[in-house]
Design a binder for this molecule. Structure first.
Ligand SMILES: [Zn+2]
Length: 301
């Protein structure tokens, strides 16, 4: 079976074919995500659908879409801090445009599915996927299914506030979040958040990749990993998964898993076992792969 997956993030729309027994990533193409225009966003996604059908030479190719943000499972209405899809009915509009329903799921839930099925979380009963990219989000799969959540499949860890204790100890600034609030984990742990934290600590403009590459920015990273540990602690205490798989562009820095693990270790609570912490198997392709697997499931249902 061949499947198609499309991942719509804040920066890029990525389309990819998945083939073979493990649905391994094949040919791909990417487009820049339109920042303002919703019709342009739908047009780009429709182009991606058409491109996948041509690549697979299959007009009824199962294709799934992973989309950043909340998607109401009943109305299809979405709320996305990083794309122009907020308040729009993506499912309905895309179905009208391409002629067939395209299953849509939250991108972090898609990432978690991909890692639970054939990825780093293969074999674990309860798998959380946590992605650090343009935003910060998570998905939770239990026994091969998305853990039921009222109104959508994303675990909105990104919009929980950091602790007052951590903020006071490091004199952290109250960073503005795309959701409209101040002090959310996403405001510190996204790529822009790491950059904002660097600007606050070092007193100069610096990109997240410069912070990662420059050894003199170590102080920024060490505080940043304390915030990472708190976000992991929230997932550990609330969801108690067997494994948390880390992904997203920011997770590709050197020693990410080792540092996340050692930052989390002091947060162990009594006899509640800490989850295993692992890096994603499918990296940047995991979101599109999860959406493709979901489309495959839907086509067989
Ligand atoms: Zn927020």
């Amino acid at each position: 079976m061949i499947l198609g997956g499309i991942d719509v993030g804040g920066t890029a729309i990525k389309a990819r074919i998945f083939t073979g027994e493990g649905f391994l990533p094949g040919v791909s193409r990417r487009w820049e995500t339109p920042k303002e225009s919703y019709p342009a966003l739908i047009e780009h996604i429709a182009e991606a659908v058409e491109w996948l059908r041509i690549q697979a030479d299959q007009s009824d190719l199962p294709i799934g879409l992973a989309l950043a943000g909340l998607i109401d499972s009943e109305t299809g209405e979405s709320f996305a801090a990083n794309t122009p899809a907020t308040g729009q009915t993506v499912v309905r509009d895309l179905t009208q445009r391409v002629g067939v329903p395209v299953p849509v799921m939250n991108d972090c839930a898609a990432f978690a599915l991909s890692e639970a099925q054939g990825g780093a979380g293969q074999g674990a009963r309860s798998v959380v996927g946590l992605t650090f990219g343009t935003g910060l989000g998570a998905g939770h799969w239990v026994g091969g299914k998305s853990a039921f959540r009222h109104g959508g499949d994303s675990v909105e860890i990104g919009h929980i506030g950091i602790s007052a204790q951590l903020a006071a100890f490091h004199e952290l600034p109250g960073l503005k979040c795309g959701c409209g609030r101040t002090g959310c984990y996403e405001a510190y742990l996204s790529s822009a958040g790491l950059s904002a934290l660097g600007r606050h600590i070092l007193g100069r403009d610096i990109s997240h990749s410069q912070i990662i590459d420059d050894p003199s920015s170590e102080e920024v990273l060490s505080i940043w990993f304390e915030v990472v540990a708190e976000a992991l602690q929230v997932l550990y205490l609330m969801l108690a998964p067997n494994i948390i798989v880390l992904g997203g562009g920011v997770s590709q820095m050197p020693d990410f898993v080792i540092r996340a693990r050692s930052a989390l270790a002091p947060h162990v609570l009594g006899s509640l076992p800490l989850p295993k912490i692992a890096i994603s198997r499918f990296g940047n392709e995991s979101g599109a792969r999860g959406a493709a697997l979901y489309a495959g499931r839907m086509s067989r249902a």
